[in-house]
Design a protein around this ligand. Sequence first.
Ligand code: ADP
Ligand SMILES: N[C@@H](CCOP(=O)(O)O)C(=O)O
Length: 330
Amino acid sequence: MAVYTEITDEELSAFLVGYDIGHLTAFRGIAEGVENSNFLLRTEKDGQESDYILTLYEKRVNPDDLPWFLGFMRHLATKGVSCPLPVCGRDGEALRTLAGRPAAITTFLSGVWPRHIHSEHCRPLGEALARLHVAGSSYPPVRANSLGPDAWRPLLQDAARSDRQTETTKQLLEELDLALNRILPAWPAAGSQANLPHGQIHADLFPDNVFFLDHKVSGLIDFYFACTDFLAYDVAICLNAWCFSEDGGFNETFARQLISGYESVRPLTAAERDALPVLCAGAAMRFALTRLYDWINTPPDAMVTRKDPMDYIHRLRFHLAAGNSGVYGV
Ligand SMILES: Nc1ncnc2c1ncn2[C@@H]1O[C@H](COP(=O)(O)OP(=O)(O)O)[C@@H](O)[C@H]1O
Ligand SMILES: N[C@@H](CCOP(=O)(O)O)C(=O)O
């Protein structure tokens, strides 16, 4: 359950006075999600009901980054990407404080995220990802990836320092340490040395962040890891999150669909294709590390469902054995 911060009726009423969205008719916490506290708000104005999402930003979100995230969502929405639009208060501000946390209201998106992934999801997903990259190219502010390669070794060291370790977590940390020794030296050069196109990426486009209606993508949510990084790294994140079957095997058909959907909007360069194995290994490393960190540091009785790090350790092993981008169907 991802409601970390409780809101009293008095706090909520005082907060909503700052908006012109009508009067509250329903309010409930949303159990899904991991990072932030999310609530569904229903309001009525001039006889019309509207739904909104109220988000209180929690642990991993740096409050200084919130204007970048909210500005990015507003930019994408104006470019035709279906994503939550931040709602401004009467003072013109979208970002404010509630129950001691930074908070914002965004529009509600219709649709359902796929609990079981089929090949038919992967092509529209690839198209939507490429459209996001194209639309993001005209959003100039830069946000460095705070969970990029520079963060991986410190995250591993933090996890290793925890006194909640078991023999299994210790062995996994050793395996990740060895894998980092392979991935970091092979990581593509950034900045002026870069030969991979970079721009604004979502960086967490997992199935639970993509809504579908009538076999089409109806909305993308959860932009709170978005950042400026290699565009192909976002493709690598999606290959990890969408193209492994429930039994753990890589599904090349899903990958082909994803990449052909992506390339129907934005073709990959030869350098991007060649970099896919290391980008995929890095993406698996990033999610294995944050999951392992949370696994070790979240008390078992906490009101949040911990995600299993092993899924991403298996994927990491697959990518490290891959050798070349042919295994991804490109
Ligand atoms: N704009 C939105 N429209 C509709 N539902 C949303 C929206 N934003 C969040 N949700 C709901 O809240 C859940 C958790 O949101 P998410 O942004 O993934 O949280 P977290 O960042 O905490 O992981 C989603 O699975 C979805 O059910
Ligand atoms: N996608 C990440 C966890 C972040 O959760 P989200 O609900 O914000 O997508 C993972 O699966 O490890």
